[in-house]
Design a protein around this ligand. Sequence first.
Ligand SMILES: [Zn+2]
Length: 587
Amino acid sequence: MKLWGWMLAVPLLLLVNIAAQQTPDPVQPTSAQPAATQPATVQPVSTTPGLALAQTAPKTPVSIDQVVDQIIEREHALITFLKNRTPLVETYLQNLTPDVKLGAAPKEDHYFLGRLDMAETIDRRDYLTKQTSFQKNLMGGVTKLFRIQYQPMGFSWMVFADRQNFDRGHYDFHYTHREFLGEVRCLVFDVQPKKGAGKGMFEGRIWVDDQDYNIVRLNGTYVPRPKNAFFFHMDSWRLNLVPGYWVPAYIYSEEGDFSYGSHDKLAFKAQSRIWGYDLIKNTREDELTQLKVDAVKDESAVAQDASPLEAQRQWQQQAEDNVVERLQEAGLLAPPGEVDKILQTVITNMEITNNIDLPRPVRARGMLTSPLETFSVGNTIVISRGLVDTLPDEASLAAILSHELAHIVLGHNLGSKYAFNDRMLFSDESTYQNLGFRHNPEEETAADAKAIELLKNSPYAQKLGSGGLYLKQLSARAPVLAALLTPHLGNGFTDGKGQVNRLAALMTSAPTLEDSKLDQIAALPLGGRIKLDPWGDHVEMVKAAPVAITSVRDKMPFEVTPFFPRLTRLGSAAAVADATSAQNGAK
Ligand SMILES: [Zn+2]
């Protein structure tokens, strides 16, 4: 240690101090007490067989150069680690227009959902169209919209700083300072391409954790800017969900300048979310072995043939199970968990007060996507993440769920054709072409009427105004949010012409929508409620304290905002607490 201690530049002394604090003292005085125990067993996040969890032995870098070497080494390790993964990527983009009252307001929106193949070339397959050409589908068409330059690094701009050339030969790294992101202490570096290093090079800032020097956040753009096109700016966050690796999870992009005199014509903001890293290809063989273990129950003592009605119900149950399982496998449905329990409690509240006694319990599941939609298959109600995110309170959630509960109570069962298993045999990307749960207008009207009846008999009867206000706010924004309002599996909130018609009776009786009334929160921004674990697809409720709204511009109903996740290290006390609550929720 003596060799290098005093030879270092000032910033490096900081590094050394950090390293000294992190390294356990090898000459700990002997004590009867065992060493401080690690936080109770860390639940493995991944169940993937053969997943390499070997940690590289932490090295103590002795110079900035060695830290940079370690950063580069870790980034390449991440690229290798993820190369067999095919996560989903969703981008939701709102074009903005100046607004006297709101500053910038959405004027139209776009939605893209695809699957990334993270092998050599980062390829993308789209869920929304049958077209699979990579070049045409990059960003699912964002490139076409804005003439955004993406060559030569393809989609990886969102995922890695530079997939091909992230090394000292191409980049200069300047240490700037250290900073906490959540509970993770980070070293911050500015990264610039060397002169003449090439086209489409990353320029910006990276945050690396101060233990293993993994990049946990990167923020910047790509240079040089090509003629007649541009790279947009992005702020990309990673989460520590597997030992030793921080995986790309959220990306926020924004362009546009509304300051006086600005000539910037293009303005948008977009959120991208990546999830489904741990969706395992070819899981069917695993399921077979599992079936042998737990599906064999001898019920012969009481066995009877099913009556026609029982057979019908079993058939519907089979269809329901098929669909739920298939959607989860395709990365569109979260595994059962804490959020479902909350949804189910609200449903049960309505069932009890309405004396609803169904032969099978009503279940609820969360869809992982942003567009606002609900549907039901058999007795399972599915609600999208974006919808739960934007609902202001429990009463408005009850209002939305009441419509699907009404379909179930009225016996509007659609899914029974999915009891035929051949109907489950399709590629994940073609899920939206192969499944659909849309009711005809007559059933929709009947469900709305029944839903109002259920709500009026429920604990939410005195709070129906909030559901009505939510729908009013949605009506006000509907003309510019066509993509957010386009359902992919169920019925939408609009009549197809941009007019919100779901539960219209609630809107009629709701208070007036008043933008300037700061205590009237009709709808929340996207991302406000549900936290998604991109590795295992688990969802949980965000534990954020409410923030006081100080101007009409703070309301941002249905809008896209930047991400600021609270970073934690896998296995830290905070991460264990989160995992435990998610586990309890799953029981
Ligand atoms: Zn419906």
